[in-house]
Design a protein around this ligand. Sequence first.
Ligand code: FES
Length: 150
Amino acid sequence: MAAPDLTALPGILESRPPDPGELLPLLTLIQGRWRHLPEDALKAVSDRLGVPLARVYAVASFYKALSFVPKGEKLVQVCCGTACHLKGCQAVAAAVAKSLGVPMGGTREDGKVTLEPVNCVGACALAPVVMLDGTVYGKITPSAASRLPV
Ligand code: FES
């Protein structure tokens, strides 16, 4: 994998005060820009905020929304929390994985889409639920899930 172009990184770093409390906001901005956390960006965050690199990695590892490997341009999340589980999320997940050509938890080789499980997105009344880039598709059937606008 080629190293990402980090020319936008100084601007992102300088968009926030050099305060250790800015660690998560900066990591979120970097994740949004590069769809993952490049190693060199983590080192730069450590230097900018005066936070030990081990602490930066610890925080980056804790949050599921942050990733060390690039995520796809589109993010599809299949909820399998309790309500969605009872409403058949497994069949929905299988249909989505098959239609997208990517296994659960994986990113398609073309980098276009990542498929992830989630535990609950707070829309249990709409179970089973799939989210596409933050948009909730509720009471979704396996057939409808295989036709998501990805
Ligand atoms: S369990 Fe799926 S939205 Fe709550």
